[in-house]
Every structure is written in C-alpha cells, then in structure tokens.
Design a protein around this ligand. Structure first.
Ligand SMILES: CC/C=C\CC/C=C/CC(=O)SCCNC(=O)CCNC(=O)[C@H](O)C(C)(C)COP(=O)(O)OP(=O)(O)OC[C@H]1O[C@@H](n2cnc3c(N)ncnc32)[C@H](O)[C@@H]1OP(=O)(O)O
Length: 279
C-alpha cells in the first residue's frame, strides 16, 4: 500500500496562468496558485453518471495531483443540482463482459486512488449524490454538502448488493448500526439527516459556501507535519485498502457474474424504465 501512497507522476499540461488548470473532456482540474488548493470537477451532463471514461479520467487526474505540491483537493461537480448519480446504469444493463470488467476495474482503481491520496481531500457535494456518488464522497476525508439534496448507498433499491468495500467505506464514517439500517433499506438521506448521522461533516448554503468551508478544513493542517498526517491516514485506512487490493479479482468476478443474472438485468430494466417515466 505504501507504493500507492506515493503516486507516480503522469504527464499532464497545467497552464501557468493565475491558476494551474487542466481539462479533459469529463474532468476539469484547477490549482489555485495562491491557496495551493486543487479543484477536481466532474463534468458529464446530465447527471455525472460514472461510466468507464469518466472514471478513467478522474483516476488519472487524482493520480496526477499526487505529484504536485498541493494543500488539498476538492472533488465537486459542474452540474447545478447533481454531484453524481452514481454508476452509469447503462454500463451494467445488458453489458459486454469485457467492457463490464474494464468498467468495474476502473471503479476499483479510482476508489483506491481517492481513498489513499497523499493530499487531504474534501467532497463539496453540490447536489444529489446517490450510490456511486456517495461512494466517491465517502472516499474523501471530509464531506460538505449543500442543503436540500440527497445522499446514500441505495443499491438495494435497484435490486443490487453494495460490495464489501462500499459497505466498509460507509462503516468507516458512520456507525455499524446506522450503516446496517441505511444499506439494507437503500436509504437516501436529506442533507440535514446526513449531518445528524455523521455521513457528512458540514452543510453549506451553496457551492461557493461549500468551497469556502473546504478551504477552512485544509487550514486545519497548516501546523501539522505532512508526513505524520499521511502516515496517520495510512494507519486508519490501510486495512480497508488492503482488503480490496487482496480481493480485487474476486470482487471483479463477483460483479461480472452478478450482472449476468437474468433477475439482476430485469431489476435494472425496471429501474431504468422508472427513471425515464419520472419525466
Ligand atoms: C456484486 C456487486 C454488484 C453490483 C454493485 C453495483 C453498484 C452500483 C452502485 C451505483 O452507483 S448504481 C446507480 C445508482 N444510481 C441511482 O440510483 C440514481 C438514479 N438517478 C436518480 O435518482 C436521478 O436521476 C437523480 C436524482 C440523480 C437526478 O434527478 P433529475 O435531475 O430529475 O434527472 P433525471 O432523473 O431526469 O435524469 C436525467 C437523465 O439521466 C439518466 N440517469 C439518471 N441517473 C442515471 C444513472 N445512474 N445511470 C445512467 N443514467 C442515469 C435518466 O435516466 C435521464 O435519462 P433520459 O434519457 O430520460 O434523459
């Protein structure tokens, strides 16, 4: 795991303007050279659903930041009312096995990168954040959520089972009891409810407020030795990371096998139809 903590540098072109910035199609990265804070923005309309391409770009951006001298990174969304709608259901509905494998591997890798970043991370949750969206925010060190949206691991509502590392991500943030109640019922919490159970750390009036509060969070580390900080993070998160690293293939096989079950496909079909009928 130590090797993952000191992330390899990949070439990326940061412009030397007022802020450093790099934008791929689906992810924008900017580094404010005054504060040293990076903002990583998902930008895949209409709902930032996590497909293979978005996950690959996100993982690349987070890895690249590991080689920069940054104070911290904020993960957020360019969309007005949605942080991320979670995994792209179309990646799971009637999938080609090879694409499904690449997709799930990219999710595992993105989670591993985000969960173990050497730099502090904040999710500025500026909209709804179900399932995979919630998972991404749980992988950050701190969550600030704009009022009147929803967040949670609602997999059971889709007839699917949250894998062990989704469950661990939640149990490492809220209590075992609350996780059990939430996961078994597929509960989506409103912002104020999420704050009460500790699923998020702070609420915000709007995205700008969330970004300002994220900056304050990073300031907590101004007087903290960065190596001591990192090793402490590693100590707290290492076991969960190691479990996924050790069981990565088993988890992948389980996912692909699960998707091939007719009952799972039927469930996804019904869910997709319901989403479309909503309009
Ligand atoms: C062994 C392990 C096995 C499996 C583990 C798999 C784990 C999965 C975890 C997941 O992340 S599953 C995905 C769960 N996500 C959801 O349940 C969210 C579903 N979406 C919503 O609830 C809503 O769309 C929203 C609250 C995010 C946004 O609402 P609104 O602003 O009203 O937008 P629309 O609902 O009208 O959606 C616009 C458009 O986007 C499509 N869409 C929404 N979510 C997804 C998605 N996750 N994947 C793909 N597409 C999605 C929706 O169908 C609409 O499409 P149109 O073509 O009708 O425009």
């Amino acid at each position: 795991m130590a090797s993952r903590m000191f992330i390899r540098s990949k070439s990326i072109a940061f412009n030397t303007l007022r802020t450093y910035s790099s934008s791929t199609k689906l992810v924008d990265v900017s580094i404010n050279d005054k504060t040293g804070i990076a903002t990583v923005t998902m930008q895949r309309p209409p709902v930032n659903s996590l497909n293979l391409e978005l996950l690959t770009e996100l993982n690349g951006a987070l890895q690249d930041l590991g080689s920069k001298k940054i104070k911290g990174a904020i993960l957020t969304s360019s969309l007005k009312t949605i942080f991320s709608a979670g995994l792209d259901i179309l990646e799971m509905y009637k999938p080609k096995p090879e694409r499904a494998s690449a997709f799930w591997t990219s999710l595992q890798d993105t989670w591993l990168t985000l969960y173990s970043t050497p730099y502090p991370t904040v999710a500025a949750i500026n909209g709804h954040s179900p399932a995979g969206g919630c998972l991404l925010s749980l992988a950050c060190e701190y969550r600030i959520m704009v009022n009147n949206y929803t967040i949670g691991l609602n997999e059971t509502k889709l007839g699917i089972v949250a894998p062990f590392w989704f469950v661990a991500s939640m149990k490492n943030v809220i209590s075992h009891r609350e996780s059990e109640l939430a996961l078994t019922s597929g509960r989506l919490y409103k912002t104020d409810e999420a704050l009460k159970v500790g699923l998020i750390d702070e609420t915000a009036e709007n995205k700008d407020d969330a970004l300002a509060k994220a900056e304050k969070f990073f300031a907590r580390f101004d007087a903290v030795n960065p190596i001591a900080r990192l090793l402490t993070k590693q100590e707290l998160r290492g076991e969960t990371i190691k479990e996924l690293e050790d069981r990565k293939q088993e988890d992948l096989d389980r996912f692909v096998g699960f998707l091939m079950l007719p009952a799972v496909q039927k469930g996804l079909d019904v869910y997709l139809q319901a989403l479309k009928k909503k309009q």
